[in-house]
Design a protein around this ligand. Structure first.
Ligand SMILES: [Zn+2]
Length: 630
């Protein structure tokens, strides 16, 4: 009997499946046509063109585009809000801005979406999940080749975990990459979807030391017995504004009004502290800070010790007043370092956005485990407002091209933030070109921002095989070993550390030998494919950087940069000099802009390293002759 039920079920299933099959292309020819609304919007037209373009690339068939004022036929691909009966089944109310809907009814394929780019995201999702296309980076894509495309049953509704998803890698701002991976941006004009008029650290934009420092020193922070209206040697402001000074409110509002007048469309306008911790301790600011300080509140700061104060007490009343004057806009402000702790006795206005930053969090473990103080602050802010954007940090900023085994924290961190109701995420990755596993990281972050519950191992394996070809297994083994050893060592991984600090842990001599062997095998496996070999060599740069930095630190001995002769003279090891030259050349030729956030170009690195080698060479004929050997 059981067997009979099984067979009946199977027959039923096969019948249903057959009934829902849709032949999009047969032997390179298609009888289908794409239908868009008679008055299609820009996104709908773009979505239809993307669909047409990729199906032609896959199969060779060019499917024509028509509008919905034509007679309905079988074999239509409905894109956007077309007038066809199938559209009444689309739950537009649930899709919000970016949600997407894909359904194959057997007679028609429906792709629709929310009020933003939902329909375009629907097309890219169809291409990726049902056609097998991939976009690994702005330049590396995979489009399969199939002469016949028959679609089985599809009923797919996707709504993103976060309404705002920004993946801060230069390559991820490529227009097609952004659309493919459903990303947002605070750059560019409104046409590109940018909703931000001002982004962050804007205090100095409104009131600068250069303009007001001499005439109105009282506009700037008071501490150590005086006002601080100066700029530091780099031109950045040394301090903050005195938020309780009434002139500041007038100046900021006047200038904000003028900026909004010039650029009226963006919703979000940042009025936020400068990037330093020198907040104002004048009597008025201190009074508010102390009135609104949570019991036992601490100020968290990356570069200094903790203080028993919170700076949000004086800042938030100011921000609320600005928000009151611009009721149609959202005023964003940082909860960062000395303003991270939520205040008591004051609530952000509905049109205030809190940009909450976890710069202090360790990166070796998920923040839920590793930074309970931050979680406590997030819970506190979540009680005050639902309008929070998290500014999360996901790379090593002091040494951008250095091993940084934090990939296992990306998913749990986003899952945690989602569980707390956070709606918007800015993943601060590498602002410079290049960086450790830049393409892999950008890819994983983009996918997890859409859905943090995805299987990250599958995602990673898919990326590695598509991007590194036959070297993918060795690269995966390297990533796994690096993370295993970091976890085993129990080190705390911070975003401003150096590989030298890890030379006895996950960058020990014996481990570096294993990593080196894995990369040797990886390069060998793809020796016949110059483009993929170059990608593997690029993935190897952080390992070489670690070796070079440790060699500079150790100077002599097994891992040092110098060999010591019998007469105790020091000469650079030829293998270190060769690695230095190879490292710098590959950085230059793959457009690595900086090795540290905002500084140290590859050329400067070479210059500095050469200087170090020269200054420490003793006896013999000096480094010039030895460095020529390799
Ligand atoms: Zn003050």
């Amino acid at each position: 009997m059981k067997r009979l039920i099984f067979l009946l079920t199977l027959v039923f299933f096969v019948t249903i499946t057959k009934a829902q099959q849709f032949t999009l292309v047969s032997q390179g020819k298609s009888n289908a046509r794409i239908i868009i609304p008679e008055k299609a919007g820009v996104v709908e037209i773009q979505a239809a063109k993307v669909f047409q373009d990729y199906i032609q690339r896959i199969s060779g068939a060019l499917i024509p585009i028509a509008t919905d004022n034509t007679k309905p036929l079988a074999g239509e691909i409905l894109i956007g809000r077309v007038s066809r009966p199938e559209l009444k089944d689309v739950p537009f109310g649930k899709l919000g801005k970016d949600g997407l809907y894909i359904r194959n009814t057997g007679k028609r394929l429906v792709i629709a979406g929310g009020t933003g780019k939902g329909v375009l995201y629907g097309v890219y999702t169809f291409l990726e999940e049902y056609m097998g296309c991939r976009k690994y980076s702005s330049k590396v894509s995979y489009v399969p080749s199939r002469k016949t495309i028959v679609l089985n049953s599809i009923h797919d509704i996707q709504i993103p975990a976060f309404t705002y998803r920004e993946d801060f890698y230069p390559d991820a701002y490529d227009p097609e990459y952004m659309d493919w991976h459903k990303l947002d941006s605070h750059f560019g004009g409104h046409d590109s979807g940018n909703e931000w008029g001002y982004w962050v650290h804007t205090a100095n934009q409104f009131v600068s030391a250069g303009e007001f420092g001499k005439t109105h020193p009282e506009y700037f922070s008071f501490y150590q017995g005086r006002r601080h209206p100066e700029a530091d040697p780099s031109g950045s402001p040394e301090a903050q504004l005195c938020w309780t000074n009434p002139d500041i409110l007038d100046i900021v509002c006047k200038r904000l009004k003028s900026a909004i007048g010039e650029n009226p469309v963006p919703q979000y306008w940042s009025v936020s502290q400068n990037d330093n911790t020198n907040y104002c301790r004048c009597p008025d600011c201190s009074r508010l800070d102390s009135i609104h300080a949570a019991p036992g509140a601490r100020m968290y700061s990356t570069h200094r010790d903790s203080y028993s104060a919170t700076g949000m007490g004086s800042l938030l009343p100011f921000i609320n007043q600005v928000a009151d004057r611009f009721p149609d806009k959202t005023i964003s402000t940082l909860a960062y370092q000395y303003t991270r702790v939520p205040p008591v006795g004051i609530v952000p206005r509905k049109n205030v956005n809190i940009m909450l930053c976890n710069i202090e969090s360790p990166r070796n473990v998920p923040i839920e485990i590793g930074d309970t103080a931050f979680c406590h602050d997030l819970n506190g802010w979540a009680r005050l407002t639902g309008n929070i954007i998290i500014w999360d940090y996901v790379v090593q900023f002091r040494n951008l091209v250095s091993p940084f085994p934090n990939l296992r924290t990306l998913k749990p961190n986003l899952q945690y933030l989602h569980s707390k109701g956070v709606q918007a995420i800015f993943e601060e990755a590498n602002p410079e070109k290049g960086g450790e596993f830049a393409e892999l990281r950008a890819y994983l972050i983009a996918k997890l921002l859409w859905n943090p519950d995805l299987d990250v191992n599958r995602l990673m394996d898919d990326f590695l095989s598509g991007y590194y070809g036959h070297a993918s297994k060795m690269i995966r083994a390297y990533i796994d070993l690096l993370h295993d050893q970091m976890e085993k060592s129990g080190v705390k991984l911070g975003i401003y550390q150096t590989p030298v600090e890890e030379k006895e842990t996950f960058l020990s001599d014996s481990l570096i030998r294993i990593y080196t062997e894995l990369f040797n095998q990886a390069e060998k496996a793809v020796a016949g494919s110059p483009e993929i070999l170059r990608r593997v060599k690029t993935a190897r740069l952080p390992l070489e950087y670690a070796i070079l930095e440790i060699a500079r630190d150790e100077k002599t001995g097994k891992r040092g940069a110098f060999m010591s002769a019998d007469d105790h003279s020091l000469r650079p090891k030829p293998e270190i000099v060769k690695m230095l030259y190879d490292f710098v050349y590959l950085c230059i030729s793959t457009n690595v802009s900086h090795l540290r956030e905002g500084s140290v170009t590859p050329q400067q690195y070479l210059e500095n390293y050469n200087k170090f080698l020269e200054e420490n060479t003793t006896g013999g004929s000096g480094m010039t002759s030895s460095t020529r050997k390799p």
